[in-house]
Design a protein around this ligand. Structure first.
Ligand SMILES: Nc1ncnc2c1ncn2[C@@H]1O[C@H](COP(=O)(O)OP(=O)(O)OP(=O)(O)O)[C@@H](O)[C@H]1O
Ligand SMILES: Nc1ncnc2c1ncn2[C@@H]1O[C@H](COP(=O)(O)OP(=O)(O)OP(=O)(O)O)[C@@H](O)[C@H]1O
Length: 476
């Protein structure tokens, strides 16, 4: 039995005096499934990095207190042995990969464990199968969809077979059915294979009946507390019955209310047909939610709608064929919020990013005061000089959304904008988006796997089935 015990552990980043972790004392029990939650920026990833032995080794700083595996301080476990004890799946899979293809990455991971080459093939096959991605074995990682990358990252951890598995929002890009399936599989790893699971997440869907302990990191005190059932319920209740969003299908009213219209639309970006949507309308001043399984083509559709990919058929915006609209004016009208926030940033500091959005804004007259208010409401104030890449993942997402709101394009396409947001921030963002829709007539099209908290925002819900996109009927 190897408990992970954290003893009087305190830490602050060198750039800041704020103690991200303040006198933390707790024990993650061996063979248990522990869930850690807390608002974005509260310090979850930081704690997980320490447990996985990545800090302080890789950032050259020290902390007070200790983290022990059984009786041994993690700092005293030889580097070559740490990965057998503990492995961590990062929140952003792009930060995890070192190699070009899936098979190279997984082989590299096992070589680092000095496994016999003859055993690797079997281990890799089983790990890919566990994550439902055998077909991705030979693929170039850069070309995978967000959810596919996240599954590859998980497969690497499964292949390593450590005693303690640390996961940082491992399902943020995974579709809901697969998410429930993978959580069940983690439970099997815990129960049948004796693994200790320590997992941080905001989206609490599917965990309630599986976890052994629920810890909460308080953003103000920077302490962690173990929640009892009643306290845990307070968090779980926001994530009930969220598999569907019951909305009317748009009333057929010709093209009059459509702002984007696809006709005879077909997409075959990699040689084989990916999407054959035929005709489809997106409606003016409405929020359309798009859902569908990982890899089905949601982001690819957005790439076509933003003129980044060739397609067959016609797309019109406001009655004009988009092929006849020059890229820059089109991008000011139809703007994409990328799935990975870092791809959106062009500057180094938070203030530089905000200033650039103010320069590029259209239609709105957000004053600096309005912007300060938005930053404050999302707990992003006081971060002017922070380097955007050092923000927590949720903070990056919030900054990216604020920038988009300031720019206020007539049509805003959002690819998983709520990924990594805590529930309170999600509610605030939904309020901002509703204001942009009602006050500034914005049309919003949003891809999201997480449905909790979106009822107030979404007007229409369209789902991918096979290669087709269709508005969902209301389920009574
Ligand atoms: N260069 C490529 N070669 C082969 N397949 C590719 C290439 N680029 C993308 N794909 C595949 O196209 C499919 C659609 O990808 P896309 O990113 O649109 O999926 P998605 O529905 O947005 O998925 P997710 O929910 O995981 O983000 C994926 O299966 C992806 O692996
Ligand atoms: N290099 C750094 N320098 C200064 N502050 C940092 C640095 N890295 C992280 N922080 C800050 O430390 C705090 C904790 O970050 P961390 O990534 O651990 O939060 P988190 O709880 O995992 O958030 P999220 O849920 O958004 O991923 C955040 O306020 C973050 O901005």
């Amino acid at each position: 039995m190897t408990d992970v015990s954290i003893n009087h552990f305190t830490f602050h980043y060198p750039e800041s005096d704020v103690k991200v972790l303040n006198d933390i004392n707790l024990t993650f029990k061996s063979h248990h499934f522990s869930l850690l939650s807390g608002p974005s920026g509260s310090g979850k990833s930081t704690l997980l990095y320490f447990i996985a032995g990545l800090y302080p080794r890789f950032i050259g700083i020290d902390a007070t207190g200790s983290i022990k595996f059984g009786d041994t301080d993690i700092k005293d476990i030889p580097r070559s042995k740490v990965s057998q004890s503990v492995a961590m799946m990062f929140q952003n899979p792009n930060q995890q990969f070192a190699m070009d293809t899936v098979i190279h990455e997984m082989t590299f991971v096992l070589e680092n464990l000095r496994l016999e080459p003859a055993t690797m093939d079997d281990i890799i096959t089983r790990a890919l199968d566990f994550c439902g991605i055998k077909q991705l074995r030979g693929r170039v990682i850069n070309t995978l969809s967000g959810g596919e990358k996240q599954r590859v990252a998980l497969a690497c951890i499964v292949a390593m077979d450590p005693q303690v598995i640390v996961l940082d929002e491992p399902f943020a890009s995974i579709d809901p059915d697969s998410r429930a399936d993978l959580i069940d599989k983690l439970k099997i790893l815990q129960e049948k294979h004796g693994k200790t699971i320590i997992l941080a997440d905001h989206d609490l869907t599917s965990y309630r009946d599986l976890i052994d302990e629920f810890y909460y990191l308080d953003p103000d005190s920077h302490h962690i507390s173990l929640l009892d059932d009643e306290q845990a319920e307070h968090f779980f209740k926001n994530f009930e019955s969220t598999q569907t969003i019951n909305k009317q299908v748009p009333i057929p009213s010709g093209d009059a209310n459509a702002i984007i219209h696809l006709s005879d639309f077909k997409l075959a970006p990699h040689g084989t047909d990916l999407l054959t949507l035929g005709n489809f309308h997106f409606y003016k001043q409405k929020t359309t939610l798009i859902t569908g399984a990982n890899g089905i083509g949601k982001s690819t559709l957005f790439n076509a709608l933003t003129k980044l990919l060739p397609y067959d058929g016609t797309i019109t915006f406001d009655g004009k064929d988009i092929k006849k609209i020059r890229p820059l004016p089109y991008a000011k009208n139809v703007t994409l919020l990328f799935q990975d926030a870092e791809n959106q940033f062009l500057n180094i500091t938070v203030k530089e990013e905000i200033d650039l959005s103010l320069t590029n804004r259209t239609n709105t007259d957000y004053t600096q005061e309005d912007v300060d208010d938005m930053l404050k409401q999302l707990d992003m104030d006081g971060k002017d000089d922070r380097i955007v890449y050092s923000l927590s993942e949720g903070q990056k997402k919030k900054l990216q959304i604020i920038e988009m709101l300031i720019m206020n394009p007539p049509v805003l396409l959002m690819d998983e904008p709520f990924k990594g947001l805590d529930y309170r921030s999600l509610e605030t963002v939904v309020g901002f988006l509703n204001r942009a829709k009602s006050q500034f007539y914005q049309t919003q099209i949003v891809i999201s796997h997480q449905l909790s908290g979106l009822d107030e925002l979404v007007d229409y819900h369209a789902t991918f089935k096979d290669q087709n996109l269709a508005y969902q009927e209301v389920i009574k």
